[in-house]
Structures are given as C-alpha cells and as structure tokens.
Design a protein around this ligand. Sequence first.
Ligand code: DUC
Ligand code: ZN
Ligand code: ZN
Length: 476
Amino acid sequence: MSTTLITGGTVVSATGRAAADVLIDGERIVAVLEPGSRLLGTDLAASVDTVVDATGKYVIPGGIDAHTHMELPFGGTSASDTFETGTRAAAHGGTTTIIDFAVQRYGERVQDGLATWHEKAAGSCAIDYGFHQIVGGVDEDSLTAMRSLVDEGVTSFKLFMAYPGVFYADDAQVLRAMQVARDTGLLTMMHAENGPAIDVLAEQLVASGRSGPYYHGIARAWQLEEEATHRAIMLADVTGAPLYVVHVSAKQAVAQLAAARDAGKNVFGETCPQYLYLSLEEQLGAGGPESFEGAKWVCSTPLRSRAEGHQDSMWQALRTNDLQMVSTDHCPFCFKDQKELGRGDFRAIPNGIGGIEHRMDLMYQGVVTGEITLERWVELTSTTPARMFGLAGRKGVIAPGADADVVVYDPNGHTSIGVGKTHHMNMDYSAWEGFEIDGHVDTVISRGRVVVDDGAYLGSPGHGRFLKRDLTQYLV
Ligand code: DUC
Ligand code: ZN
Ligand code: ZN
C-alpha cells in the first residue's frame, strides 16, 4: 500500500476551512493533521511514498457529479462520451465520482437495462461510479423489478413527465412508481416538464415555420416546468415518498420546491451550470432565432430567458438551500452528424449539453464572483451529492476512513475552457467555449492514486469501481 501526504494546503469542507495536512494510506484517508504535525511520531513528509505540495492551494473532496448520461440513446443517436472518455474528462476537471443513468424503456426489462449499463462501465472508468435507474416504461414488470434495485446498490430512479412516446410516464404511472419508492426507500428523481403540452406547442411552432433551436426554448415554456414540478410534489406528497427534481431551470419551479420545503416536505432539487451561466437569448438564440448555431445548447429543461431573471434566481436558491446540489446532466452530442440531425426542425436536435469536465471550475468561478462561499462550493459539488445519494462517510468529505478522493485546487491558477484549450470530452465543440476561470485543478487523487497532475492524465480505464450506494442520507 502506498502512502501520500498532502502538505501545506487549506482543507475546505462544507462547514469550514483550516490549514491541515492530509495523510493517505492506500485507498483511504487516515488522518487530517496540524500542518507539519509530528503527532504520529515521525517526520511524515520524509517517510511517505509521495508528497503533494499544496502550499497556497485548497484541498477539497473530489467532485461528485450525480447526473451524467454516458452513451445515452436519444433522438436516433447516442451521447458521444463513453464511460472511458467521459470519466477521463471528469477526472481532468476534479470530479472523482459520477452517478450515471442506466436506461429501461417500454418493452424492456429493468434488470436488462441495468446489466447493459454494468457492461458498458465495467473496466472502462477512470473514477468511481454508481447508477441511478431510468424507468422509461412503467408497467407491472418494471414496478416489480424496481423492488430489487436497493439490493443492487441502485437506490434512486428517474421518471420523465416529458418525452411522450420515449421515456414518458403519465400521472398514474408516476404515482405507482412513487408508491414503490415509498415502500423501498428509493429516491424518485423527476424530469419535471409537461411533455404532452410541450409537444403540442412544438408542433404548432414548426408548422408555422418557426423551426430553429431558439424555439426549443419557447415550446418548453417555464409554465410547463412549474406545473410539472408542482404536480410531482403533490404526487410525491400523497404517497409519502421523497422527491428530487433534476435540472431545475425556471425560477417558478424553484418557488414550488421552496414552498414544499418550507412546509417540511422531503423535496429536493438540483440545477446545472448551464442554468446559472447560459441563456435563451445568448446561446439558444445565438445568431438569431433561425440560426442553427443554437443547436449546441439544446437541452431539456431548456436554457431560460436572462431578461426574466432565472439565472439570478438559481444562484440565490443555491445560497438559500432551496436547491441543494449542482450536477451537469452531462449528455454530449457532436455538432456534426448529431446536433445536425435537427436542421430544419428543432424537435429532432438531440437534447443535451456536455459539461462534466467543467463543473468544479464553473462553480468555483461563482466563489470568485461572490455568488457562493468557498464552503458552499464544496457542499454543492461534493458533500451534499454524497449524502443525497447514499455515499456519506465514503465520499464527499476529507476525514479519516473516507475514500482518498482529493483535489488540490489552485486559486491563483487559471483555466481557459474551449476546444484546443481545456477540453477532454468526446465532442467536436464546447458549450463553454471562451469561459475563463480564475482557478485551476492541479492534482486529482482517486482512491489514493494520482489520476491527474498539472493537466497530465495518469489514470487508467478500470481504476474506477462500481459503488453500491446506501439509501439517501439527506431526509429531514
Ligand atoms: N435532458 C437532456 O438535455 N438530455 C438528456 C435527457 C434530458 O432529460
Ligand atoms: Zn431529464
Ligand atoms: Zn439527464
């Protein structure tokens, strides 16, 4: 077993920061010590195998991205990152755990969907990984199969109130799945948009000649996110199951979550960097409503109007804990041959934005600009995801006994995002082209092994292990 000492840095947790050295033995953190401590009776720096000098830098728990879609089949194509390329990019960006979505659709068995995801990921990942289960076809068979998911270490599942004919569940199906969640302890993750209403609006827009990417955002109106969010909260409430709403982008949807939380309900929500930084006007409408450039940013929920103030509301909700986490919804598609499927009809543009590599940096920039504190950065990107998804104690903290997933982050460094600059995702463009970050991921350690050092990748496929997760540890 090799030993590593991270010296001279400031260890940041969700609740504070302190100058401390971190001692790693094998795959675990074994001690967090006063700087230069001789408490263990020896000059540690002289006796360990590896010393990582973190002087002037932050030492944080590795990022946990709880919402990724490697190889997701969608819109007649598949998300362009494999587990190998996607987790390597994640490591470059300081993320050391992902939770990806295994897929089951109508006519398929949940067990088969999960087995397929294990096959895709096994031996491929640079960092540790877990799974949620997409239940895209709720019927007697899938409801029964869901009851075995907890034993598999898959303690959360996603339902879609959107995408009729693809993943859509109607209210009766949602209710029945939530009843299984109540009985088993599974956490229901909800894509909360009113899909049938969206499809009517989208059809009418295209029929009237408004077929560019901008109109993707118009069809997916905030009212239809607010309405579905409210409905999901009420359906969860009537069953007594907790609820986690994914990729929240509308300020009115946040208000629904906040009201439910104020009433003491176990209702939670995440947002994503794209809903904090990007907008309907600037990205989806780039080059004008009929320009195809905006296809790069077609995702669902959609980017929202900056004039309406959704982005500011998302930052505020992150400060007030009305939203608890930031994930990426990493779902990359290349522009050529993939996004291009939707030229002339925005409904055929595969939905998704790649961003797994940049979440830690983009959220750190929120520290620089004063949107969130340093501690909240760690909480939103690592500590809460661990608690929310049953990894508390193992991941998301720098503490004895936890896995040695550690990032040394340089607040005096700089990161330029874009193709040919910092870009390791399997995409032919960057949704984040031109973003400049006043910080830098220096060293990334995954279960005791340095996998990234100053931009150099030192990891390997297969280092990452499947994480059997416990039930959520975040309930009130
Ligand atoms: N939203 C996306 O943008 N992509 C994949 C699925 C989803 O819900
Ligand atoms: Zn979704
Ligand atoms: Zn998603």
